[in-house]
Ligand binder design. Sequence first.
Ligand SMILES: [Zn+2]
Length: 687
Amino acid sequence: MVFEEDVMLLVSMKSFLISIMILCLSFAQSHVNESAHGLGNYNVPFFKADSYRPNVQPPDEFLGFTLGSRPAHHDEVMNYFNYLDKLLDNINLVEYGRTYEGKPLVYLMISSKRNMTNIKDIKNSISLLSDPRKIENSKTANKIIKNTPAIAWMAYGIHGDEISSTDAAIQLAYQLAAGDDSATKKILKELVISIDPNENPDGRERYLQQLLQWRGEVVNSDASSLDHSGLWPYGRGNHYLFDLNRDWFSSVHPETKGKVSAILNWNPQFLVDSHEMGSMDTYLFNPPRAPYNPYMPKTIFKWWDKIAKDQAAAFDEYGWSYYTGDWNEEVFPGYGSSWGIYIGLVGILYEQSGADGSIVKKEDGTITTYRETVHHQFISSIANLQTIANQKEELLRDYYNNRKKAVSTKNAGKAFIFSSKSNKTRLNELGETIKRQTIEVYTNKNDLKLPKAINSSGETVTRQNIPAGSLIIPLDQPLNILINNILSFDIRLDTKSMEKERKKLLKNQGSTLYDVTAWSLSHAYGTDSYYTEVMPKISLKPFQAIPNKGKLIGKDPRYGWAVKSDDDQFYHLVGKLLENKIKAWCAKEGFKIEGEYFPRGSIVIRNNSNKNMKVGLLKDLASKYGVDIFAINTALATDGPDLGSSNFTMLIEPRIAIISGPPTSTYSFGATWHLIDYKMKSRASLI
Ligand SMILES: [Zn+2]
């Protein structure tokens, strides 16, 4: 029986749903009139085995434009992926995060029907291989390796102005969803494939808007024109203009946080990170060139050769130009492909010369169309998936063996240790950042003495006291290579490569290193850091970041209040005090008063200068920011300057402006903006 009220509810729900659908349709249709400058006369079919199941709508039909004739917008990608997800039961579309601008970040997981029915078991089996401590004997491992598909992670569009790979992701999803040929079936049988079509939707949409803004009636093949290059701040970075392809282990941004967690949750054996380069170039793929990171697993070289051979053969079928072993190296672990290598998978980089959604005239007068660039990215992806599908067992075996080495007794007793007595916020953030990589982080309940260790300056220390609550990261765990890579204090490259580097630099021939040459989370966070190979056997508990509880220490002070400057949260608190019109003085030198030491930079709030100040506000801010505020009854210091001296400077509430536009570096601007706006939550005018 249906009650009238329920009927009314159903009717109103239905009309609500219809209006939502109309809204979605009109949203999807909002791009239909965009000019399709990228097609040119390129009409080569994307895939030679042109055999597709008719129940799946091809992208051209669904989207209403020829794929590659112009770049697809993020909402168009989402519409098509949602459509495939609803249509087919061998597809799972998963949202792993939202960008700063609220756009969904997703991966589409696809495999054979049989595999997707057993996806939970597959995930469990792979997770056992990823942590050999959980596998009883080699028989169990062999069984898993034989019977379980490998996992491939295909990531596209991390740089928002390198756009062709996102369109290729659409074609790849269609190929795997509808392809009826034997090659596609083999891929789906041997692999579970995750497609992340757009790692940086905010950057891509900013760039597409610029291309659209400068696009004329006449198709323009000049790559230096504004309708190809765009204007400051361009499309490379995310909303706050960070380069997400340097963020894989520092994981500052929601795009990285979500993606890294999703990847580490599935433990793939293969990862592609797909890019674009200068318009006059051709196509680059791995192997990279030297120098090599000293922690690089030896097995990777074999895989790069296998994969490159097949990818080259696939390109040769079309007569396309490409090259390997040039300008790219995988030394820094913060790039997608290299980060992948150091978590133990086969990491691959693609670099396609860009056509910017249009066409580009090359030096020899030939034209590269956007559709052709999409085609290159698609063929690369299919070729790679075929290679690893054909050698799935070897791929899983290498993965397992590398992880087995990591947890071997050879690494027992080795550990990194980080401590900070006064900046708990910093230590918590470091702990959370390391944990986000699924690295096991522990903490000590009581103080401990390290018999022997090396500190972050490279000095040997003995009987080093480590306070309770420090971070302890043992090295005999599955992500040993990543730990060494991101926590070591000073990673050195081999002498031969450095001699070559020196010669090149002296001849003004540029560096052999593509970009970042030094990194270390230990140095970046500035904690007290140690590496030991003789970690005492004490009971440790898993680290859990517990935020400070700030409070007022003492009450009704005669003179005023003081706040210590050593915790990172101090700066947030000071900003809010000034916003609340509280007058505060900053100490140029450390001082001691009533038994408490206040380091340089600490602040004093004088009662007489803040007659209308409410103690309740101080209490709220202390609690919100987790910083203690001390009651002070005298201006007389027992050490350092007295509180009325000129060693205290009155702080003035800042009116913040951040300079933007050329020639300001987009990174410097973005990092400053992110700090003040996103982290400090302070207002800034962008000028
Ligand atoms: Zn790139």
